[in-house]
Ligand binder design. Structure first.
Ligand code: KG4
Ligand code: ZN
Length: 388
C-alpha cells in the first residue's frame, strides 16, 4: 500500500509518500517538510492565523518536492476536467491562495499512484488543521483516492514503534499492553496501548503541557521559542560545569495517587523566583534551567513508572516533541530498567520526534488496513481530538 500523508496541525507543513506491503517495513519514497517555527518565534508561540496562511502557501511546494523525490511527478496528459475544477473551487473556497496554487499544480501533473491520503484531523490548531484537511479533500477528489483521518498523537506513538534500518523504517518488537507517555507543546498524557489503534486514557495534565511548561519557563527567562531545546542545552551546561544547586522548584502532583499532571504551578514558581532574585548571571540561568528540566522530568518519570506498574506494562513508548530531550531519555530508560528488568523504553526513530508527515503516514497505514477510511465530507478538524 502506498500512502500520501499530510500534516498541518501546528507550525510544520509536511507531506510524505510511504510504502508498505506488510506493516513491518516502511519505505519512504518522498518526504518534505517546512517549519514555520522561526516565523512564530517573533510572537513567542504559535500564532494560528499565521500558521493557516503559511500552510496555504507551503502545501503545494512541499507536495511537489515530496512527489519529485519519489519520482512520481508526471506531466499531465489530458486536461483537468472542468467539473473537477469546479468542485475543487468549492472544496477550497476558504483557502483561496491554496486553491490557486493547487489548480495550477493539478493542471500540470497527473494523479500519482497512491492508494490513500492520510491527513491529520486533530488534535491541533483548528485553522491550521482545516488547511491540511481541505487540501486532502481536494486531492482525494482530483485523484479519486480515499481519505484516512489520523490522530496526530497516534502518529507520535507510531514514530516510536519504528526504527531506521538500512534506509527503511522497520517496526520494532514491543509487548502489549504498553504505556505511552505523550509529551508535546499541547499534550501531556499517559495512554494504555492495548494494541495499535486501541488506547485507554490513564492520566493527563490538568493545565499546561510539559512542552508548554518548557516554553513558558524559557520565555520568562528571556530565552527564544521553542524553549525546550534552549532549557535543555543550558541544563546540560550546568551539569557539565557542576554548578551548585542555587534554586529549588516544586514537583507538582508528584505524590498524588492518580496519573494526572499539573505544570502551571512550576511556571509560576519560576516567575516568583525571577522576581525575587532579580537579573540572573549566566551561570544562574544555567542552574535555573537545570532545575526546571529536572522538575519536569522527575514528575514525568514518577507517573510513567506508576502507570507501567499498575498495568503490568513492560514497554514504555515516549512520543511528542519533548521526547527529544536527552535527559528525559537517559533518566527514564535507566529508571524503567531498574524498576522492570525486562522493560524497554522506546523513543522516536531519528528525526521523527518533532512533527512530521512520516508518522502520520504510518498511522494512516494501520488505520487504512483496519478499514478506518472516511467519506471526505465527514472529515473535520477537531482541535481537542482525543485518542481515547
Ligand atoms: O510535538 P511537537 O513538535 O509539537 C506539538 O505538537 O506541540 O512538540 C513541540 C514541543 C515544544 O514545546 C518544544 O519546546 C518541545 O516540544 N521540545 C523539547 C525539546 N525539543 C522540543 N522540550 C524539551 N527538550 C527538548 N530537547
Ligand atoms: Zn506533535
Amino acid at each position: 500500500m502506498r500512502i500520501l500523508a499530510i500534516e498541518t496541525s501546528c507550525d510544520e507543513t509536511a507531506v510524505c509518500i510511504l510504502e508498505s506491503a506488510d506493516g513491518a517495513s516502511f519505505r519512504i519514497l518522498g518526504n518534505a517538510l517546512l517549519s514555520q517555527a522561526e516565523k512564530h518565534a517573533a510572537f513567542g508561540g504559535v500564532f494560528p492565523n499565521l500558521a493557516k496562511r503559511e500552510h496555504q502557501q507551503n502545501l503545494v511546494p512541499i507536495l511537489t518536492e515530496a512527489l519529485r523525490e519519489a519520482g512520481m511527478l508526471v506531466p499531465r496528459r489530458e486536461p483537468l476536467a472542468g467539473a473537477c475544477e469546479h468542485e475543487l473551487e468549492h472544496i477550497l473556497s476558504r483557502e483561496p491562495e491554496l486553491k490557486t496554487l493547487l489548480l495550477e499544480f493539478l493542471r500540470a501533473y497527473d494523479a500519482p499512484a497512491v492508494d490513500c491520503i492520510a491527513v491529520t484531523h486533530g488534535p491541533g490548531l483548528e485553522p491550521a488543521l482545516w488547511v491540511g484537511i481541505n487540501f486532502a479533500k481536494a486531492l482525494a477528489r482530483a485523484w479519486s483516492t480515499p481519505i484516512v483521518p489520523v490522530n496526530h498523537m497516534e502518529g507520535h506513538i507510531l514514530a516510536s514503534l519504528v526504527e531506521m534500518r538500512n534506509g527503511n523504517l522497520e517496526k520494532r518488537q514491543s509487548s502489549y499492553p504498553a504505556i505511552a507517555l505523550l509529551v508535546s507543546g499541547g499534550h501531556t498524557e499517559l495512554q494504555l496501548v492495548k494494541k495499535i489503534g486501541e488506547y485507554e486514557l490513564l492520566g493527563r495534565t490538568r493545565d499546561d503541557a510539559a512542552g508548554e511548561c518548557f516554553d513558558k519557563c524559557a520565555r520568562l527567562m528571556g530565552l527564544p521559542y521553542p524553549g525546550g531545546p534552549q532549557i535543555s542545552r543550558l541544563a546540560a551546561e550546568a551539569r557539565a560545569h557542576k554548578l551548585p544547586p542555587t534554586f529549588a522548584l516544586p514537583r507538582p502532583m508528584i505524590d498524588s495517587p492518580d496519573l494526572d499532571f499539573s505544570f502551571s504551578g512550576l511556571k509560576t514558581a519560576v516567575r516568583r523566583t525571577l522576581e525575587k532574585h532579580g537579573a540572573l548571571s549566566e551561570d544562574e540561568t544555567r542552574a535555573l534551567a537545570r532545575e526546571v528540566e529536572d522538575a519536569i522530568i522527575d514528575v514525568l518519570i514518577k507517573k510513567t513508572l506508576r502507570a507501567a506498574e499498575a498495568r503490568g506494562a513492560e514497554t514504555v513508548i515516549v512520543g511528542g516533541g519533548v521526547s527529544a530531550n536527552a535527559r528525559l531519555r537517559e533518566r527514564l530508560s535507566a529508571s524503567f530498567r531498574e524498576a522492570s528488568p525486562r522493560g524497554e523504553v522506546l523513543f522516536p526513530a531519528a528525526g521523527l520526534s518533532t512533527d512530521n508527515a512520516i508518522m502520520i503516514a504510518i498511522a494512516g497505514y494501520f488505520a487504512a488496513t483496519q478499514e478506518k477510511t472516511a467519506e471526505p465530507e465527514t472529515v473535520r478538524a477537531v482541535g481537542n481530538l482525543q485518542l481515547a
